[in-house]
Design a protein around this ligand. Structure first.
Ligand SMILES: NC(=O)c1ccc[n+]([C@@H]2O[C@H](COP(=O)([O-])OP(=O)(O)OC[C@H]3O[C@@H](n4cnc5c(N)ncnc54)[C@H](OP(=O)(O)O)[C@@H]3O)[C@@H](O)[C@H]2O)c1
Length: 388
């Protein structure tokens, strides 16, 4: 049963023996929404750090409708903006009335903080995509198996691979080995450029499904627009067929510029749900982002960590220090607050964990603007968005 925000303190007990209702300042800490509700963000975790002389108490709740959690800065607590909470039995043991450990809460946030994908023109149900996934570019099969296995244990439920990466088989193996039900894991793979064209696309999709050892993927992307327009459009017709046949729950594009999207809109029956492009504060791509938002296409940020190249930027380090986070976490949190799906890659267990721990703090508007101002249109991967 959903609870009104006003009931929040009474349904969730604090971690310590200090009773929450005994803190005189608690009710005033629960503030009204400070951020507009997102049409995309469908589920999240609310967190609040209640500061009290001598002790801190962490309370959290699952947000049913929208929003993600923030921690307080000392005495200023901002609880996210959903008006409707539910007691979140999965987060809190009602019998013992104690919250789960921090990593369990982080795992829950990672599993359940999602955006919604819609393929306009299809009429199928919207599809939830976990906002953070694990990218597996440049991992061989052995590394990919270990990284995906570890990520799934930590609560990642979204893996981003591609035919090009040559590790679809290991991704599928790790998913099966995890024993997590298939439907709880979001798998993206991508159609490589050499497979463009109607028949080739259908065949390439079947091949990827076989490598992954699954009946369907959750998202199938055209990896880039790098083909002549007529072949691009034939490719997309096949993508529509793949969606209709149930081999992909959602279809989208990657590295598409505005002119590629407009070309597609004028010639398609079903629109892409998502555009995966390089996005980070050093390349904010305002034009593509604004256009996609206007057209209800979700943005997905690849190379969110700039492949490590800009992690020592002084402005980034300053913000990281203030939040006691790493610069990598600041970059990922920037994506989350922009409502970009993002897929940081790491093969290192400690970094896979670190990259997921971004649900317990919030960048202020000023910090977000400061990060946006680092934009210099700098590309670390490749940039087919401008291709003809
Ligand atoms: N659609 C496309 O055209 C396209 C293009 C590029 C990428 N992608 C996708 O996006 C994913 C991510 O992009 P990316 O791999 O290019 O780059 P990225 O995620 O920005 O950065 C990955 C690099 O950062 C390092 N790293 C990861 N976490 C770190 C941390 N916490 N602290 C310091 N260094 C860290 C990794 O090293 P370790 O592994 O050693 O930790 C790796 O060298 C890819 O894996 C792929 O799935 C798609």
């Amino acid at each position: 049963m959903d609870m009104k925000l006003g009931c929040f303190p009474s349904v969730i007990s604090p971690r310590s023996s200090w009773p929450l209702h005994a803190a005189p300042s608690v009710p005033s800490m629960i503030t009204p929404p400070s951020v507009p509700l997102s049409s995309h963000l469908s589920y999240g975790i609310a967190s609040a750090l209640i500061d009290h002389p001598g002790r801190c108490t962490l309370i959290r709740a699952a947000v049913v409708k929208a929003g993600w959690g923030v921690y307080s800065c000392r005495s200023t607590v901002r609880v996210p903006f959903s008006h409707r909470f539910r007691p979140a039995a999965s987060l809190f043991s009602r019998e013992r009335a104690t919250p789960m450990e921090d990593q369990d809460v982080n795992r829950k946030a990672l599993e359940e903080t999602c955006l919604t994908l819609t393929n306009a023109g299809h009429g199928g149900p919207p599809v939830s995509i976990p906002i953070i996934g694990l990218g597996v570019y440049l991992m061989n099969n052995n590394t990919a198996f270990k990284a995906v296995s570890h990520a799934l244990q930590l609560g990642y439920r979204h893996i981003d691979t591609a035919h090009l990466y040559g590790n679809e088989r290991a991704v599928g193996d790790a998913i099966r080995a995890s024993k997590i039900p298939r439907e709880e894991i979001f798998i993206t793979t991508k159609l490589w450029n050499s497979d463009h064209g109607y028949a080739n696309t259908l065949q390439a999709c079947d091949h990827s499904l076989k490598e992954l050892g699954v009946d369907y993927v959750d998202l199938y992307l055209v990896h880039s627009p790098l083909s002549p327009p007529s072949i691009r459009l034939d490719t997309w017709r096949a993508m529509e067929m793949i969606l209709k046949s149930g081999k992909a729950r959602s279809i989208g594009v990657s590295n598409y510029g505005i002119h590629h999207l407009k070309e597609l809109f004028s010639n398609c029956e079903i629109r892409p749900s998502i555009n995966q492009v390089e996005l980070h504060p050093f390349n904010v791509r305002k034009d593509i982002v604004d256009f996609c938002r206007k057209e209800n296409i979700v943005l997905e940020a690849y190379s969110p960590l700039t492949r490590g190249a800009r992690l020592n930027e002084p402005a980034l380090k300053k913000i990281a220090k203030e939040h006691r986070k790493t610069t990598a976490q600041i970059l990922i949190r920037w994506c989350v607050q922009k409502e970009f799906v993002t897929i940081p890659k790491s093969a290192k267990p400690a970094r896979i964990l670190e990259n997921s721990q971004v649900f317990d703090f919030e960048l202020s508007e000023a910090e977000m603007s400061q990060l946006d101002s680092l934009d210099e249109g700098w590309v670390v991967a490749w940039d087919p968005t401008k291709a003809q």
